[in-house]
Design a protein around this ligand. Structure first.
Ligand SMILES: C[S@@+](CC[C@H](N)C(=O)[O-])C[C@H]1O[C@@H](n2cnc3c(N)ncnc32)[C@H](O)[C@@H]1O
Length: 230
């Protein structure tokens, strides 16, 4: 069954787990999440594009925002629906080029064709209306601009029994306990298992007008980075 992805539910959930989010993220991925985000920025450095205006959508506490500053943008906006996540980002990053925006993916306060790069780190799976959000992203991206997503997708093949047990039982139990949440980490597990495979996701992006450049498998076909162009 699809978990509830209403704005109210998602916003409250991330507000609730914000204080423990970074710690648990690093714990559950054995700190690989740091390497995966860094790899994206290294990949983008190889492009001919210059990324003057960047939006880190669903920025959370800003781990990806921090890496993106290495691309030396003129301006970077961190957009998120969770105020508590943005408050922590504000403490983490002090940079005059950074603006924090409390807004949602389907309605962003940017002009048409104004952004060179939009990234979404582990956020797109939570978007209630994916097509509407992709249309909004296309509206604000410059022609030829990049959308780069790192996400946990539904595995195309049966992943290992050990991983399934870890992800559906151990991680939710520990995550709820350590974050003092009733069910946020059950949502994490359910939302991945009910999400799209990376192939289904890139098909939808292409139907929405993006060009799929490549997908990179970071971890057993579940954690993938997807490079798309407007
Ligand atoms: C799992 S966290 C990821 C944070 C960060 N990008 C990272 O790489 O760790 C997902 C974030 O997406 C935000 N989010 C979820 N749905 C959103 C939406 N429709 N629009 C904007 N932000 C959203 C949540 O508030 C949360 O901060």
């Amino acid at each position: 069954m699809q978990p509830d992805k209403s704005r109210k539910k998602i916003e409250m959930m991330f507000d609730e787990i914000a204080p423990s989010y970074d710690r648990l993220n690093h714990l559950f991925t054995a700190r690989r999440d740091i390497v995966w985000r860094r790899k994206i920025v290294n990949e983008l450095k190889k492009k001919d594009n210059r990324f003057y205006n960047i939006v880190d959508l669903a920025s959370g506490t800003g781990d990806l925002t921090l890496e993106l500053l290495k691309l030396d943008p003129d301006k970077i906006c961190a957009v998120d629906i969770s105020k508590n996540m943005l408050d922590l980002l504000r403490i983490k990053i002090s940079d005059e080029r950074l603006e924090l925006i409390h807004a949602e993916a389907s309605s962003m306060p940017f002009e048409d064709d104004s952004i060179d790069l939009i990234t979404i780190g582990f956020g797109v799976r939570n978007f209630a209306n994916l097509n509407e959000s992709l249309a909004e992203i296309r509206r604000v991206l410059k022609p030829g601009g990049y959308l780069v997503i790192i996400e946990m997708f539904k595995a195309e093949r049966m992943s290992s029994k050990i991983f399934n047990y870890y992800f559906s039982k151990i991680m939710p139990f520990l995550g709820n306990k350590l974050s003092k949440s009733k069910s946020a980490y059950n949502y994490l597990s359910d939302s991945v298992q009910n999400f799209l495979t990376v192939r289904e996701f890139t098909d939808i992006c292409q139907e929405n007008g993006f060009t799929h450049e490549k997908s990179v498998n970071n971890f057993i076909g579940v954690v993938n980075s997807v490079y798309l162009r407007n």
